[in-house]
Write a protein that binds this ligand. Structure first.
Ligand code: ZN
Length: 402
């Protein structure tokens, strides 16, 4: 369980919780004393919520650890990413919309270049373009392996994802990437007896793939790494007693939500307005909604300060559509920081806003931004603390002990 005592404390309530995530929300000033993107953005609606609620900062995994969005979301959902590691292959597959069910095994794959002796000369097949690589990966989709269903899909450039489905599969398998050139790709080796069947299937699939790839000039080989299976996480229903829905545009966030038993809400469009309209449509079906905005992170990674400001302002302008639904508890935060000046994810604590008009302590902060959040009443906490706080403010937790 995310927090072992929670299931014993849960009580019924009619309250509804919304977790609104702006990916990579946190930032840094471009110049000392200057504003961050969140501080520069005009956000009258979120500022009002900040004034009525409590601010703080959340640490995605542990202080100083820069997370990927997958583990960072698990943390937001209350599952310590260190206690529930999800294989990189599983994240890669989820990221392109492949399903990962119980008993499936996934891996990340690289196309590579082999010399006449079968030794690797380029671990990324000359950074082959997506246009060239996609049909090559599609040519591997016809491979049949006895007793197992193998699915392979192109990701980007030289990268692909492989998913094996069948009975008796486990994903404790070592990488086949020798981590250097001048060596042959390794055979897939099971780390324990339970994973032997899957490892044998991987080797059979690879053998057949190499035959197909043999006529390719630069992508005539492949390596596989990050093997793993469905992490079998407790569901939101079991852990929190919540019927949970996910409103997201990008596949990986839908995939991570499915891992914790959320339903993925279907809708068209991709703006915050579209997402809040989708939330409205399904409002009566759920008592927890996770809503994900991706472009804050994309703009941060592009080093686009004004672009990130605009995305945040767009979310703020759409907020009346969400608030009209009258959630009892609203959490607004990010999964990690993506400072424009770093053009990458970072470890910095993420601005956190807790709004629950009935029960939240009003601190003295009146604007949603990094500096205000660092002075906020919630202090700095781990992302895994957010769900228990949300449940408590939603009146969904009994007293612990007499
Ligand atoms: Zn992220």
């Amino acid at each position: 369980m995310p927090l072992d005592i929670l299931p014993s404390l849960l009580k019924e309530s009619k309250t509804k919780i919304v977790l609104l995530i702006m990916d990579g929300l946190g930032g840094l000033p471009l110049v000392p004393g200057g504003p961050t993107t969140l501080e520069a953005a005009q956000t009258p609606n979120m500022d009002r919520l900040a004034a009525e609620g409590t601010l703080g900062r959340s640490i995605p995994v542990r202080p100083g650890i820069t997370p990927g969005s997958g583990p960072a979301h698990l943390g937001l959902f209350g599952y310590d990413p260190l206690q529930y590691p999800v294989g990189r292959g599983v994240m890669e597959a989820l990221g392109i919309g492949m399903d990962i069910g119980k008993g499936d095994v996934a891996a990340r794959g690289n196309l590579c270049t082999l010399d006449a002796k079968g030794n690797i000369t380029d671990r990324r097949a000359g950074r082959i373009s997506s246009e060239e690589a996609k049909p090559i990966i599609e040519s591997l989709q016809s491979i049949k392996v006895e007793g197992v269903k193998a699915e392979v899909q192109h990701v980007k450039e030289y990268r692909f994802a492989l998913v094996l489905r069948g009975k008796g599969l486990k994903g404790d398998i070592e990488d086949t990437d020798p981590q250097g050139t001048g060596a042959k790709p390794l055979a897939a080796k099971a780390s324990n007896a339970g994973s032997k069947k899957a490892a044998a299937a991987v080797n059979e699939w690879t053998k057949k793939a190499l035959k197909i790839l043999a006529k390719q000039p630069k992508a005539n080989g492949l390596t596989l790494r990050g093997f793993g299976g469905d992490p079998a996480l407790p569901t939101y229903k079991d852990a929190y007693g919540l019927r949970a829905g996910c409103v997201a545009v990008y596949p990986m966030y839908k995939g991570v939500s499915k891992l914790v038993g959320m339903d993925v809400v279907k809708f068209s469009g991709e703006s915050p307005t579209d997402e809040f309209a989708a939330a409205k449509k399904v409002w009566n079906n759920y008592n927890f909604l996770f809503i994900h905005v991706k472009k804050t992170d994309s703009m941060g990674e592009d080093g686009n300060f004004d672009g990130k400001v605009k995305i945040i302002e767009g979310v703020d302008q759409a907020m009346p559509g969400l608030m009209a639904l009258k959630p009892d508890v609203l959490i607004i935060t990010g999964d990690h920081s993506t400072p424009v000046k770093m053009r990458s994810h970072s470890w910095h604590p993420v601005p956190l806003l807790l709004w629950a008009p009935e029960l939240a302590f009003r601190d003295e902060q009146t604007r949603f931004g990094e500096r205000a959040c660092s002075q906020g009443g919630l202090g700095t906490l781990l992302a895994t603390d957010i769900m228990p706080l949300a449940l408590a403010h939603a009146g969904r937790l009994e007293k612990f002990g007499a």
